[in-house]
Design a protein around this ligand. Sequence first.
Ligand SMILES: *Cc1c(COP(=O)(O)O)cnc(C)c1O
Length: 389
Amino acid sequence: MTDQHDPGLSPATLAVHAGRPHPRQGGAVNPPIPLNSTYVSQGEVPPGELAYARADTDAWHGFEEALAALEGAGERGIVFSSGMAAVAAVLSLVPDGGTLVLPRHAYQTTSGYADELAERHGVTVRRVDIADTDAVVAALDGADLLLIESPTNPMLEVADLPALLAAARERGVPTAVDNTFATPLGQRPLTLGADLVLHSVSKYLAGHSDVILGAVLTSDATLAERIRGYRTVHGAVAGPFEVWLALRGLRTLPLRFERACANAAELARRLAEHPDVAEVRHPSLPGDPGHERASAHMNAYGAILGVRPVTDPGSGPAATADAVVARCRLWVPATSLGGVESLIERRRRWGTESATVPEDLLRLSVGVEDVEDLWVDLDRALRADTLGG
Ligand SMILES: *Cc1c(COP(=O)(O)O)cnc(C)c1O
C-alpha cells in the first residue's frame, strides 16, 4: 500500500516520507483514516490479507512502516493501544517461573507490572543498576529477558548499550530496549544488536500530549509473529484516529527533538551554575556520570533533566521542590514527557516512585519553546526561595 524507502536515507527524511501512500496522479498525500472492523473475505486468509481489525488493519500500516524505517527494523512495527500494552507484550516472553533482568529505575508502571509477574507467575525479577555494566552482566546467567531503559527515568543513568547487548547475545539472553526517552534519533538499539525495541508513542513520537499509544519493533520474524499474536489475543489494539495523529506527529519528530535537546543542554549548563540548584542530571554535562557513554553511542543527549534545588532549611527537601513547581508560570506542572510544551514535576509526589530517587528530584521535560522564556520562568521559580518569596 505504501511507498518503500531506501533505508539509507537519513532519519530526518524518513520521518517525513516513510509510510505515505505510493504517489499517483490525483492520489492522497497522506494515508486515510479507514474505519472498519471487518474486511470482505472468505476461505483461507493468506498472510498479510486483512480479515478482522483486531488482528490487523490498514489504519496502522503507515505509522508502523514509518517507525520501523526510523528504528531500522526489518519487520513492520506493531502498534499497541498504549506503551504499557507494548511493555506487557514484551514481558510475555518471560515464561511463568522465568527470570527477568530489569533496571532498578525502570518506568514505575513497568516496575509494578514486574512485581505482579513475580507474585502471580513466579517470575524472578533481578533489579540492577543499568549503568553498572559488570552487575548487569552478572545478572544475565539463566535469564529469559533483559529489559533495558537508557537513559533511565527519572535518574537519567546511561547504560553501555553496545556492551550489554553484546554480553546478552553471547549468553543467549533475549534483549528488549525501551527507547521512549532516547527516540530512534538518539539511538537505534536494533542496529546495536537488540532483539526488540519498545516505545511509549504517547511521548516524543506523537509529541503533542494528545494520544496514548505504544509500539514494538523487531527485525526477527518469529518474535514479530509472537508479539502480534499477543496483541490479537489480548486485544490491546490502537484506534485509527490515534494512530493517524501519531504519524502526523512523527513527521516533525526530528525538528521537535533537535530543538528540545538543544534547549535542554542549554538549560542544564545554566542550571549547573545556578546558586539555588544543588544538582543537575543531564548527559550533556561534561561532569555527568553518563556523559562519556552517551557521547560514545548516542546521537543526542535527550531533553529530560533531573534537577534538585538547594533545600530551604525552613521547609525541607520535598516542600522546597514543590514550591519551585508551584512558582512556575510557563512550565506546566504535569507528569509525562516528550510533548512540545515543557513540563515539570517532583517525581516522589507519586507514592509508587522508587525510594532510591531523591525526594526533591524535579523531572523537567524540556519542550520546544524559546529557551530564554523557559530560563526566565525557571530562574525566577528557583530564586524566589532565597528572596524569601
Ligand atoms: C510513559 C512510558 C511508558 C508507558 O507508556 P504509556 O503510553 O503511558 O502506557 C513506558 N516506558 C516509558 C519509559 C515511559 O516513559
